[in-house]
Design a protein around this ligand. Structure first.
Ligand code: SAH
Ligand code: AVI
Length: 325
């Protein structure tokens, strides 16, 4: 008989914050189904955000290098598209490294709204940004961008430019990406521009290497999710009994990351027990790769008109400028 791997009982510990409750609910739901899975947004506590920043500097991780190159090359073009005294709203801002290229080129920007789920990391970045750009209103918003959220009242009446670099869109399921794009259109409002960085389909050896780096930083980033479950939800994962797997699923044009149990084991989580078979995995992330055409079609289908697309010479990565249709 098919049986849930977790025996359902009431949560013994009531998490104090709504964010902790969502994490507990998603963790229990994800570890109860087969195959087991956890949403990638939970990678990003402070350690996860720091590990992602280390990933961006790895020789194998081409997306950041390629996107930075495209943004630098087209910084003046981007600045020319941005209306006077506009607000730049970034979805999943992280360390705002790429944003600094836009802030440096578009001198008339009046406000920057970095939106990120990694609250403590976001606040730390905002302190540095305020010092570096005293003439720009820095208005961080700690929110989950997959759900509707409010923009700061300070930017009411300002023209809006959305910024979604990093190919973070690839971490959403295609149907979620459409919903996100439509919702972002509503949040940004009529006449908004949207600059979206999208990783492109390429030789799968390049992709495999980018997610299986030699130094093992991507493995640490993936495994940190278990450490976070232990610390924040009182789980008892033996982190050393899991390993990082990353593989390219050609049919679905996506890199999949998994955490594989090296043995048969039981894990306690929120007063419940998760049973793992040897080799069983938790699917922790998808990173979808698009073509210029498939991304353009998705943007059009979710209320946006592509106006520009720039790539690097090798067509590894694309930066797309969209206008709200
Ligand atoms: N924009 C940066 C960082 C990309 S990493 C760059 O291009 O380098 C992805 C970022 O999105 C992380 O900072 C992570 O905390 C954030 N993020 C992921 N899922 C999110 C969600 N659902 N809501 C808000 N932020 C999210
Ligand atoms: C943030 N996101 C676009 C990264 C990616 O490439 O999918 C996250 C990441 N996962 C492993 N390495 C980097």
């Amino acid at each position: 008989m098919a049986r849930s791997a977790l025996a359902r009982t009431a949560l013994p510990v009531e998490p104090a914050h709504p964010e902790a409750t969502a994490f507990a609910t998603d963790a229990i739901a994800g570890l109860t189904t087969t195959p087991k899975r956890l949403p990638p947004k939970y990678f990003y506590d402070v350690t996860g955000s720091e590990l992602f920043e280390r990933i961006t500097t790895l020789p194998e991780y081409y997306p950041t290098r390629c996107e930075l190159g495209i943004l630098r090359e087209h910084a003046a073009d981007i600045a020319a598209l941005i209306p006077q005294a506009a607000a730049l709203i970034e979805f999943g801002s992280g360390a705002s490294v790429k944003t600094r290229i836009v802030l440096g080129a578009a001198k008339s920007l009046a406000a920057y709204v970095p939106v990120d789920i990694s609250r403590d990391f976001l606040e730390r970045q905002a302190l540095a940004l305020r010092k570096q750009y005293p003439g720009v209103a820095m208005l961080p918003v700690a929110a989950d961008f997959s759900k509707p959220f409010d923009l700061p009242v300070t930017i009411e009446g300002m023209p809006r430019v959305g910024f979604f670099p990093g190919s973070t869109i690839g971490n959403l399921e295609p149907h979620e990406a459409c919903t996100f794009m439509r919702q972002a259109g509503e949040t940004l409002g009529a006449g908004a521009l949207f600059i979206v960085g999208v990783d492109l389909v390429k030789d799968q050896r390049v992709l495999q290497k980018a997610y299986n780096d030699k130094q093992g930083v991507t493995a640490k980033f993936n495994l940190n999710l278990l450490t976070r479950l232990n610390r924040e939800l009182g789980a008892n994962f033996n982190v050393s009994a899991f390993e990082h797997h990353a593989l390219y699923n050609r049919e679905k044009s996506r890199i999949e990351m998994h955490l594989a149990s090296t043995k048969r084991q039981k894990v306690r989580l929120c007063g419940e027990t998760a049973d793992f078979r040897a080799g069983e995995t938790i699917h922790t992330e998808n990173s979808y790769k698009y073509s210029i055409e498939s991304f353009g079609a998705m943007a059009r289908g979710s209320g946006w008109t592509p106006v520009e697309v720039w790539t690097d010479a090798d067509k590894c990565f694309s930066v797309n400028v969209l206008k709200r249709a």
